[in-house]
Design a protein around this ligand. Sequence first.
Ligand code: BYC
Length: 475
Amino acid sequence: MSIDYGEKIPNNINLANDKTLQRALEHWQPHFLDWWREMGPSDFASADVYLRTAIGVDAQGWANYGTVKMPDYRWGIFLADPFPDRSIGFGDSFGQPVWQQVPGEFRSQFRRLIVTQGDTEPASVEQQHLLGHTCPSLYDLRNLFQINVEEGRHLWAMVYLLHAYFGRDGREEAEELLARHSGDVDKPRILGTFNEPIEDWLSFLCFTYFTDRDGKFQLKSLAESSFDPLARTCRFMLTEEAHHMFVGETGLGRVVRRTLEVMKEIGTDDVEAIRRQGAVDLPLLQRYLNFWFSSSLDLFGSEVSSNAASSFANGIKGRPDETTQYQDHICADVTCELDVPDGHGGLKKEVVGMRNAMNEVLREAYVKDCEIGLKRWNMQIKRSGYAFELKLPSSRFRRAIGAWANVPTDLEGKPISHEEFERHLPGWSPSTADKAFVKSLMQRVVQPGKMAAWIAPPDRGVNNLAVDYEYVRLP
Ligand code: BYC
């Protein structure tokens, strides 16, 4: 029986005429579905969910809404439209035509980046496996599921590249993407943050705010790649990524709003009094921000990285918005100065080649982007008449990768002793008691339009529907 590929796997890669790719994907797809059933949202397979499905890359195609059962979701493969005559935008081959195939000499570097990117997508679905059980509203439950299916699609996007351009190695890597699991002792996910448990919705909102934003920066850098199919794939993924960050930013804003309402109702900012009302006190939120921000900073890799330098030199991975944000696209003889630990409890300046510092360039741009939400939430707090200010910790704080890995510092990034760090940590990062309290708040709310006590309703619903629309119909 012939399969309608456009229907089963929506795509704009002419899958119907590519027999080799069809065979590879037909082999992989049942494994993906088994993985989704086992590791995807637990217990919601028969729920009807109001989801958007990408069926094309234009405005109508990429935001196609309807009610679907998640196992029947149509995970598609899409590349953003090509830029005609696109040329290499950075590195040693600047100005030459982009590549439609992977050059042999860069094959393993590309494979490694695509596998690392691909690995994060199913990892995040695994991390969020149980969250549906404690949703604060049907609106939020639907957003969680939207993110989950799109992360599934992003996995498809990377698997497509592996199958289409990396032959047998690529097919093996695609299988491995389903074999590693978040937090697994023997076969963990590649990057640290993707092995952290996400057991409550406050963590989920921090993750979508901070970790999905790393996704934005990494995808933007890969969207500059000279390997055009990778660039176009990532460009399309970015349109979906925006919603994930929206969930984080508005979600945390709603937490702040609810806390401020409670503070107003009870006329105090006393932590215990706020907690008795079932809301999240702001110092507790700050500790969650500290944790997820510092963990996500590690995702940019080491400050000084020869991998990053060769990726830039070879036109493999650029900087976000390379064309519009930078004048010098070669960066061959430029240096920059970094603060690194001096090994004696202080810091020193180190001059490094700009190409070697590309991870840090990205991280700094990311930190600036992270500030935007905090400014907004702080405005809310200020308008309510409270002096409390949410702050991002220093990017040296609690790092596990790079020059500052395992160098104890305070929140301002001042090096301190290990003893002092351990003593202060429960005030800087969520303590066991904080986590237990947040867990106690996680009660499932599924009446349409109702919200849990710790989060305010959103300003508006999804796709112009009302907030009290039944976004998920439970069986
Ligand atoms: N944890 O030279 P170095 C997303 C490894 S998020 C553990 O410093 P390099 C999403 C590194 O792999 C975006 N290991 O770094 C968000 C290397 O190992 P090998 C994901 C780490 O190579 C939410 C070694 O340390 N996208 O999309 O310059 C939901 C030395 O590395 C970590 C990408 O990551 C860590 N945090 O760059 C869903 C883009 N950091 O190979 C999805 C693709 C580094 O020596 N990846 N290591 O064994 C890359 O661009 C680069 O691999 C990195 C690191 C930026 C990660």
